[in-house]
Ligand binder design. Structure first.
Ligand code: DON
Length: 307
C-alpha cells in the first residue's frame, strides 16, 4: 500500500503531543527512567515492506508481549495438552491478579495474564535447565524476526527478579496446587528473562508477521505454526491480550494484540500486516495509552479491523 508510510507518519504527528499522558511503569528503575515521549510505529506487510516512523528502531523492554512467543513455543512442544494447564478465557482482572486462582484450583484463566505465562514458562522449561530454556526463547524470537541481534537486557532481568514479589506469590500459590513441574525459582528465572527481552518496533512487527500470514513468515518462508494454530493464537490475543482492557481494545481497534508494561503493543491484521507500536505512558489497565490510540487510528484508516 503506497500511502501506508504517509499514514504512519500522520498518526505519529497527530498523537506525538499526547505522549506525556499516561503513566510510565515505575516498579523497576530501568523502566522508570525511560523517556515518556518516546513513540515508534512499525508496520510490516505480507510482502515484507516496512513502513515505520519515530523511535521505531530503538529497543525497549517488551515485557508481556513475550507471552505470545512463549505460548507459541509451548504449543510447539506440548500441542493441545497445553490447555490442560491453562485456560483460554478472558480474566476480567488485572494482569497480576491472584484472586481467581484459589477458586479455580490454581489453573490460570489464560496464558497472557502473569499466572498463565508463568505456567507456560514452566512448560517451556521441560527437559531443560533455565539457562537452556532462556536461550531457546531468545533464539526462537531471533528466528521469528530473522534478526540475530535481539537480546535480553540483563539489568531488566535482574530487577524483575529483585522486585517480583507478586510473581513469586503467584508461582508459589500455583506450586502449592501442584501446577508447576519445576522448582519455582527455575520457572521464575525463565519468566523474568523473557520479560526482559529488548526489541524495537521493527523487530517486533517482523516477529509477529507469521501470525498475520497463516503461520508462515512470508519473508523467510519459514512455516512457524499451522494456519489453524495461528488463527487460534490470534483469537487469544484478541480476547485476552490486553487483560481487563481486552474488550475495550477489541471495541476500539478490532485487531488481535498483545501489550506489555514497557509500553509496547504488537498487533496483527490477518492477511494484511503485522504492527508494533511503542509509547511508554500506560492507561489504567497497564496498556500503552498512545500506542492503543495509534492502533485505533491505523485500524480506522485502513479498514483492517477483523470485524
Ligand atoms: O511480570 C510482570 O509483572 C512484568 N514483568 C510484566 C507485566 C506486563 O508487561 C503486564 N503488561 N501490561
Amino acid at each position: 500500500m503506497a500511502d501506508l508510510q504517509a499514514l504512519v507518519e500522520e498518526i505519529h504527528h497527530t498523537l506525538k503531543p499526547r505522549t506525556g499522558e499516561g503513566k510510565v511503569a515505575d516498579y523497576i528503575p530501568s523502566l522508570a527512567r525511560v523517556d515518556p515521549n518516546k513513540f515508534g510505529i512499525a508496520v510490516v506487510d505480507l510482502d515484507g515492506n516496512v513502513y515505520k516512523t519515530g523511535d521505531c528502531d530503538e529497543a525497549f523492554s517488551i515485557q508481556s508481549v513475550s507471552k505470545v512467543f512463549t505460548l507459541t513455543l509451548a504449543l510447539g512442544k506440548h500441542g493441545e495438552t497445553t490447555w490442560n494447564r491453562v485456560g483460554r478465557e478472558p480474566s476480567g482482572s488485572a494482569f497480576n491478579s491472584i484472586v481467581q486462582l484459589e477458586h479455580e484450583h490454581g489453573k490460570p484463566r489464560n496464558p497472557f495474564i502473569n499466572a498463565g505465562a508463568i505456567v507456560i514458562s514452566d512448560s517451556v522449561l521441560a527437559g531443560h535447565t533455565p539457562r537452556e530454556a532462556i536461550g531457546e526463547i531468545v533464539r526462537f524470537v531471533q528466528y521469528l524476526a530473522d534478526d540475530p541481534t535481539i537480546a535480553i537486557d540483563p539489568e531488566v532481568a535482574r530487577s524483575e527478579a529483585a522486585t517480583g514479589f507478586r510473581n513469586m506469590a503467584l508461582a508459589n500459590f500455583m506450586k502449592s496446587y501442584g501446577k508447576l513441574q519445576h522448582p519455582v525459582d527455575h520457572v521464575l528465572g525463565v519468566y523474568f528473562h523473557q520479560c526482559a527481552l529488548a526489541m524495537s518496533c521493527t523487530q517486533l512487527a517482523r516477529a509477529g508477521l507469521f501470525l498475520a500470514a497463516n503461520g508462515k513468515n512470508p519473508i523467510t518462508g519459514h512455516r512457524v505454526v499451522s494456519s489453524q494454530r495461528a488463527r487460534r493464537i490470534n483469537a487469544l490475543m484478541l480476547t485476552c491480550g490486553h487483560y481487563d482492557g481486552s474488550g475495550d481494545f477489541a471495541y476500539h481497534v478490532g485487531l488481535p494484540g498483545k501489550s506489555g508494561v514497557g509500553g509496547g503493543i504488537m498487533a496483527v491484521a490477518p492477511g494484511k500486516a503485522s504492527v508494533a507500536v511503542w509509547s511508554p505512558g500506560l492507561n489504567q489497565n497497564g496498556n500503552s495509552l498512545v500506542g492503543s490510540l495509534a492502533l485505533e487510528m491505523l485500524a480506522n484508516k485502513t479498514g483492517w479491523s477483523v470485524f
